[in-house]
Write a protein that binds this ligand. Structure first.
Ligand code: HXC
Length: 259
């Protein structure tokens, strides 16, 4: 599929997906959402071991869902628009590879929700985060009420969502919405550096760990612990476990093949 609103770069085993809608600060219209869904659905996660999501240009990651499209919607279409983004973002969240958001500017509404569907976020010092939806007469609709509360706790999530205020990157760091803040010109290098470290590790082990972390959120303790026991056991059915441990004992770097 040819994309109108996505720019895709491949750096060996690391893919970069840039949302690119320059006239609207990369706002998410339904075509962008379908393109994101298509890209994620067809991503070859054997070849691509880390996905980085960012915004095109210097000003915005994503300034939200496209208000000029939403203004015309009624209840049924509103539900469908919400669902379209929610499904695409859930696919991002459940990809069997790490997904890092490189938040390079405005990260508002649906943009913040896109960033929160990623495994974690690094931000430029110029980034601004917020869920301004209630100021437009709507709620967050791409799973922001769910993920923001889980990420930063209900107190901060409710404060951000009820006030609609935007917070700076240092505040986002303080409340745990982002993992690190860098100068704008450093951001991509730092994200790439982290991605490279992940590429060097065993992909199936990362996939199992991601699945355990994601799924254990919604499980009771005994089930979460059992899920981890099972994943741990499955690692011993992989070539990469034999290679990782043998390489350690032979004092050489491991070469993982993802099997
Ligand atoms: C459509 C948008 C947009 C958006 C910006 N633009 N954000 N268009 N949808 N979400 C457009 C502007 O209309 C403008 O178009 C151009 O991008 C540049 O933006 P400016 O406002 O001129 O830039 P600036 O003054 O620097 O202000 C930046 C900004 C502001 C603070 C980010 O644009 C802003 O408040 N945007 C809306 C943010 C927002 O409310 N996001 C949440 C949307 S609701 P023109 O044609 O004038 O140049 C949402 C719901 C998600 O995300 C769930 C859905 C189910």
């Amino acid at each position: 599929m040819e994309y109108t609103f996505l720019k895709i770069e491949q750096h060996d085993q690391i893919a970069v997906m840039k949302v690119s809608a320059p006239k609207s600060l990369n706002a998410l219209n339904s075509t962008v959402l379908k393109e994101i869904d298509d890209f994620v659905s067809n991503l070859d996660t054997k070849q691509t071991r880390v996905l980085i999501i960012t915004g095109d240009g210097e000003k915005a990651f994503v300034a939200g869902a496209d208000i000029s499209e939403m203004v015309h919607l009624y209840e049924k279409e509103g539900y469908e628009f919400s669902k379209l983004g929610a499904i695409a973002f859930r696919k991002i969240e459940t990809l069997p590879i790490p997904v890092i958001a490189a938040v390079n500017g405005f990260c508002l509404g649906g943009g913040c929700e896109l960033a929160m569907a990623c495994d974690f976020r690094y931000a430029s010092s110029k980034a601004k985060f917020g869920q301004p939806e209630v100021g437009l007469g709507i709620t967050p609709g791409f799973s922001g009420t769910y993920r923001l509360a889980k990420l930063v706790g209900q107190g901060y999530a409710k404060e951000m969502i009820y006030t609609g205020k935007a917070i700076r990157a240092d505040e986002a760091l303080r409340i745990g919405l982002v993992n690190a803040v860098y100068e704008p010109e450093e951001l991509m290098d730092k994200v790439m550096e982290t991605a490279q470290k992940m590429v060097a590790n065993a992909p199936l082990a990362i996939a199992y760990a991601k699945q355990c972390i994601n799924e254990s959120y919604d499980l009771i303790a005994d089930d979460a612990i059992e899920l981890e026991n099972t994943a741990f056991g499955k690692c011993f059915a992989t070539e990469d476990q034999k290679e990782g441990m043998t390489a350690f004992l032979e004092k050489r770097p491991a070469k993982f093949v993802g099997k």
